[in-house]
Ligand binder design. Structure first.
Ligand code: GCV
Length: 727
């Protein structure tokens, strides 16, 4: 061991001073690499420590079950980091003020709250001051241990944000029952549309080796209230259902269980043939039904709290019931019957469209499913993407929301940014999620928002659900960038309560992830809130959609044409010609508008009334049509592309000003990614302008710079190893 001595006047002083300076430079704060997510538990400001210590220094909490032990460990870890000292765990609240945690069953102190807990359900909690034994105590009380854990994360969130605990009186209940991540992870470790490295699941070493990262993953999800995870890709491999892989999934389920995260699997519809050797996967075949029943029994023997199946059927080449002339309901119900005795659910995806159907792709899922309303078993939810095409930077809400009143509909968002710049573009998805959740379907008159369809309140469904396609991989940051963690966070918080504001959620996240100082929170939140619209501007302004490069979807590709199917090209969607641009989905076009409730359909159908951000989604518009700005469409389009680039530059300025307020390693990476984003925004703008100008032959509006390269240059760019491509 190196021993340092300090003698005044000694020649070694300069050396030692240098060493000390170096040690200061390598302080823990500068070693941040994003691994800790929003659970950094960085020390709170000295002015607040004493107040928190006096309320939280003594803790009374049971430690008999695995979840109870997780609760204690989280408090220990959180308070040690935040307040600089571990709490004292006591047997009773006697003496000093105490924080008392538990359920009426686990803590005699909380038994009197039994009545008040009736309203919080299975996963909710109370977090408030009360009198216990004649003293004030802060309590976190719930029906079940998991509610206590959620309450602890709530408390730690408040302390991280520096919020006063005075007068705290919180009663929280999740509004949505199934709050799930969907991993598109393949068994070979590749993540489809994943930009955060390889899969977290090391199938090869499971079940023998349970990587500690699995626990950290469960912990992060529990901190948001996410209560389930689908481990494998919806483009499923039947092997996930083989005995060996089920044992691996069971090992993960064991790790996740104390955190309230249940395991689900994507089911390959043809598994009875591929694994069971049957001649058919026809859902009405008795042997097939029997195979699924036995498979469910086998799974539940290994994973007693297994959640259920997610299914992509008859879509993009996946097998399904229509291969046998059966309906989606026939397919879903055979799986549902197999799971029902064990309490499992089927999440049947409505993301279906067929290349041999000449119908507008935006209409196909509705056409397929709306007639099946009421035909599904009680333990089936139909999982619907937020919009009718595919996770575009902006889409109208999916017309199925509000159109299947007798069927619980689960909303599917994409957290991974397949169409929003992968992991290097800073695009906070909170505003996108909020826009969808607040959209009014008018299914039962004004106020029938997507959130109310999804949380089951509009049609009084007991089963409700929301899923996010995960942006998580084995990258040290988990999500491929520091700011992409905010999208995991926002999804989880909105899954718990879809009525929260994206801005408030961003503010919480910034306070916990970077700093609660207002000089940091304010500019970063403003930047995040504007970032989604900025991406829409430089990628798909005015309702354009699906203008990405082929296959990997990296970068612009408005010229994409030909290939195996029209609905995988860009020209199918933008329909630009010499006179105008946009997909005519009005009553005189594909009539997709008629799939919405009458009030909504009228608005979308009318070129004067349609919200301008959706103009080209629903209308084919002449290039010279004047828009609300007074500019002709072509000028407005170019204006927005350019504005997108300028706004990324503004983000760079904001971030630069935060140097020194954010630890250096994270600041550096974000700054570098913003540079990439700026250059790619410019690329999007230039390539799109060059292409559309080649179609309409119009001059650029005054003051707009011409693209620096001819169109042929943009067409020639190839990215054979762009990440995340489907395979
Ligand atoms: C998992 C899009 C993506 C596919 C994805 C599919 C789906 O088409 O590009 O990679 O497949 O959506 O949601 O099933």
């Amino acid at each position: 061991m190196l021993t340092l001595t300090w003698r005044r006047g000694d020649g070694r002083c300069a050396f030692l001073a240098g060493m000390l300076a170096l040690l200061c430079y390598i302080s823990p704060a500068s070693a941040e690499d994003g691994y800790d997510l929003w659970l950094r538990y960085a020390p709170v400001g000295s002015s607040k420590v004493e107040g928190y210590r006096s309320a939280l220094g003594n803790v009374v909490a049971p430690d008999r079950t695995p979840t109870q032990r997780v609760v204690r460990e989280e408090l220990r870890r959180g308070l040690a980091g935040l307040l600089g000292s571990e709490p004292r765990f006591r047997a009773s609240p006697a003496g000093d003020a105490a924080l008392v945690l538990g359920t009426p069953a686990s803590s005699p102190w909380l038994a009197p709250l039994r009545h008040e807990l009736e309203g919080v359900g299975e996963e909710g909690y109370l977090l408030r001051w009360t009198r216990l034994d004649g003293r004030d105590a802060l309590v976190i009380a719930a029906h079940r241990d998991i509610g206590v854990l959620y309450g602890v994360f709530h408390l730690l969130r408040l302390v991280q944000a520096g919020v006063s605990l005075d007068g705290l009186d919180v009663s929280e209940v999740p509004r949505i029952k199934l709050r799930l991540l969907n991993h598109w992870d393949n068994l070979d470790g590749y993540v489809e549309r994943g930009y955060a490295g390889g899969s977290l699941w090391d199938w090869h070493t499971l079940p023998g080796w349970e990587d500690p990262r699995y626990t950290d993953y469960a912990r992060a999800n529990a901190s948001l209230g996410i209560n389930g995870t689908v481990l494998n890709n919806v483009n499923a491999n039947a092997l996930s259902f083989s005995p060996a892989y089920l044992r691996k999934a069971a090992a993960l389920a064991d790790v996740f269980r104390p955190y309230g995260v249940r395991v689900y699997l994507s089911a390959r519809f043809s598994a009875p043939m591929e694994l069971g050797g049957l001649a058919t996967a026809d859902p009405l075949d008795p042997d097939v039904r029997q195979w699924w029943r036995e498979k469910a029994r086998e799974i539940y023997a290994l994973i007693p709290d297994f959640g259920g199946f997610l299914v992509k059927a008859n879509s993009e080449g996946q097998p399904g019931p229509q291969d046998y002339g059966r309906t989606h309901a026939d397919g879903a119900n055979v799986l549902a019957d197999a799971l029902a005795p064990h309490g499992g659910v089927v999440m049947w995806r409505a993301f279906v469209y067929a290349h041999d159907v000449p119908e507008d792709r935006a209409k196909q899922a509705y056409n397929e499913f709306v007639g099946l309303d009421g035909a599904f078993r009680d333990n089936v939810v139909v999982q619907v993407k937020n919009g009718p095409i595919d996770f575009q930077p902006r889409e109208p809400f999916h017309p199925l929301f509000g159109a299947m009143p007798r069927t619980p509909l689960m909303l599917e968002f994409q957290i991974t940014k397949e169409y929003l710049g992968f992991a290097t573009h800073l695009v906070y998805l909170g505003p996108l999620y909020e826009e969808v959740l607040r959209a009014d379907t008018h299914a039962r008159g004004a106020g029938s928002t997507v959130a109310r369809v999804v949380d089951g309140s509009l049609e009084s469904h007991a089963l409700s659900g929301i899923a996010g396609v995960a942006n998580i991989g084995d990258d040290r940051t988990w999500s491929g960038s520091h700011f992409d963690q905010a999208n995991w966070y926002a999804f989880g918080r909105l899954a718990w309560n879809p009525y929260q504001s994206a801005r408030d959620i961003a503010a919480e996240w910034v306070a916990m992830t970077f700093s609660p100082a207002q000089e940091v929170v304010r500019p970063v939140v403003d930047m995040m809130m504007a970032s989604r619209e900025t991406a829409v501007d430089y990628m798909t302004p005015l309702g354009l959609h699906h203008v990405i490069a082929r296959g990997h979807h990296y970068g612009p590709g408005p010229w994409v044409d030909g290939g195996p199917r029209a609905d995988w090209t860009s020209v199918y969607y933008h329909r630009a010609d010499r006179d105008g641009i946009g997909f005519d989905r009005t009553a005189s076009g594909s009539d997709a508008v008629s799939q919405y409730a009458a009030d909504v359909a009228r608005e979308f159908n009318d070129v004067e009334r349609v919200p301008e951000p959706l103009l080209l989604w629903f209308h084919h518009v002449r290039w010279d049509r004047r828009l609300r700005s007074g500019r002709p469409l072509w000028d407005e389009l170019v204006h927005r592309y350019t504005r997108g680039v300028r706004n990324v530059e503004a983000m760079q300025v904001t971030w630069r000003r935060l140097e020194g307020r954010v630890d250096a390693p994270r600041h550096r990476q974000v700054a570098a990614f913003l540079r990439i984003q700026r250059d790619e925004a410019q690329w999007w703008r230039d390539a799109s302008v060059a292409y559309f100008q080649s179609i309409n032959g119009l001059p650029l509006p005054a003051g707009e710079a011409p693209p620096p390269h001819p169109l042929a240059y943009y067409l020639s760019l190839q990215f054979p190893y762009a990440p995340g491509d489907g395979r």
